[in-house]
Write a protein that binds this ligand. Structure first.
Ligand SMILES: [Zn+2]
Length: 241
């Protein structure tokens, strides 16, 4: 299977929280999209690996992903080892994505920074034919970094105003992780992302980045390199200075 976009997260829910809007919008524009979680999220304070797998599948369906997969790397202990990079190399060669989404390279959760390094290095190594996996070598055209907890100055923002409701649904598919009244277990503590404040923060952050491009909601991204513009007028056609 050849995909246009492959989005990697350390844990099930990372991709949805950071860039579900952009993925949903890309699907609507005709792109084929896949989602890969490097771990099963088994270290999470809330939920079980089985429940999180169901939530991951449900979120992928809402996004319209053609492929979704969890790898078996260790949650909480992600590290850019040969084993980790080989696991990602195999996935990159299988789906042959033009564009790879990955976490920004620094974050409060060490897994996010390490996932960034693993995916960035594996995306390059996947193009080396002497690394043998029984697959054709392949290297994606671009790596796009999405925002987790720690902010950065974005290189571009994608307008997600017309898919914000679908993005909320994709995130709410993670019933055990985010705030909602229908999921409650007395033995599970509240976490950073299960609090009502987190939901408000997430929406406010989307509104803030949307505001920067004159839209209601946006998702920020970082790109290592210089982006080429093909059509200046098209880029600014609905902007007001
Ligand atoms: Zn995460």
């Amino acid at each position: 299977m050849k995909l246009d976009i492959l989005a990697f997260g350390a844990h099930p829910d990372d991709v949805e929280l950071a860039c579900a809007g952009t993925l949903i919008k890309s699907v609507r524009q005709g792109a084929s999209v896949g989602i890969v979680a490097l771990t099963h999220g088994e270290m999470g304070t809330r939920g079980t690996p089985e429940l999180r797998a169901q939530e991951f599948q449900r979120a992928a369906e809402i996004i319209g992903a053609r492929a979704y997969r969890m790898l078996d790397l260790r949650d909480g202990w992600l590290s850019p080892t040969e084993e980790a990079k080989m696991a990602v190399i195999k996935v990159v060669r299988e789906y042959r994505p033009s564009v790879v989404f990955l976490p920004y390279w620094e974050d409060r959760h060490p897994d996010h920074g390490n996932a960034s390094k693993i995916v960035q290095e594996a995306a390059f190594l996947a193009g080396l034919k002497r690394i043998e996996t029984g697959q054709e070598p392949f290297r994606p055209a671009a790596l796009i970094y999405y925002m987790c907890a720690w902010p950065f100055e974005p290189d571009f923002v994608v307008d997600i105003s017309d898919v914000i409701e679908e993005k909320k649904q994709a995130i709410l598919a993670y019933k055990s992780q985010v705030h909602n009244k229908s999921y409650h277990r007395n033995d599970e503590e509240e976490t950073f992302i299960s609090s009502p404040q987190f939901w408000e923060y997430l929406m406010n952050r989307s509104a803030y980045f949307g505001h920067l491009i004159g839209k209601a909601y946006g998702e920020p991204f970082k790109y290592k390199g210089v982006l080429e513009i093909k059509n200046i007028l098209d880029l600014f056609k609905d902007r007001v200075y």
